[in-house]
Design a binder for this molecule. Structure first.
Ligand code: ZN
Length: 163
């Protein structure tokens, strides 16, 4: 496939996520919330996670910004739902490295996120693409701190049925 055809394909994937962003819904319960800002473009994003132990049971992505940051947040919602926080953190780390010039690892399926790696050619846009993922990395730190706290002072008797 020629580079321009690939670009075209990538652009369509990005535009689809931009037009129909995934993860735009309210969660029943918010366990972790983290916001991020990309001043150089004016992008804003808030990530909310509903956790079931270590598993991201549901994720909401609320944001305002350019097509690249919106698409990236939408892809994040699609990719991390159902995964553990640790797996989500790994994807974020890998995506960050790719955007800074590394080759994508062949053993990892990045899904639609692969379309965003083309943005590397535009350094100004790299921050837009990374915003939701950098925010996720901070949320992962929040999650581990929260867990450390819970482990310290066991249980408030949650009436949450099965566990
Ligand atoms: Zn942007």
């Amino acid at each position: 496939m020629s580079t321009s055809m690939l670009d075209q394909l990538y652009r369509e994937v990005i535009l689809d996520h931009h037009r129909h962003p995934r993860g735009r819904h309210e969660l029943e319960r918010i366990d972790i919330e983290e916001s991020g800002l990309n001043p150089s473009c004016g992008d804003e994003v808030t990530l909310q996670f509903e956790l079931d132990g270590d598993i991201i049971k549901d994720v909401a992505v609320i944001g305002r910004g350019c097509a690249v940051s919106t698409a990236s947040g939408s892809m994040l919602a699609e990719l991390v739902k159902g995964k553990t926080i640790e797996d989500a953190r790994k994807i974020a780390e890998i995506f960050k490295r790719i955007m800074h010039g590394d080759d994508p690892p062949s053993e990892m399926d990045l899904g639609d996120l692969e379309a965003l790696t083309g943005v590397r050619q535009f350094p100004v846009r790299v921050k837009c693409a990374l915003l939701p993922w950098v925010t996720l990395l901070r949320a992962a730190v929040d999650a581990s701190e929260k867990r450390a706290k819970v482990a310290g002072g066991e249980g408030e008797g949650s009436a949450n049925g099965d566990g």
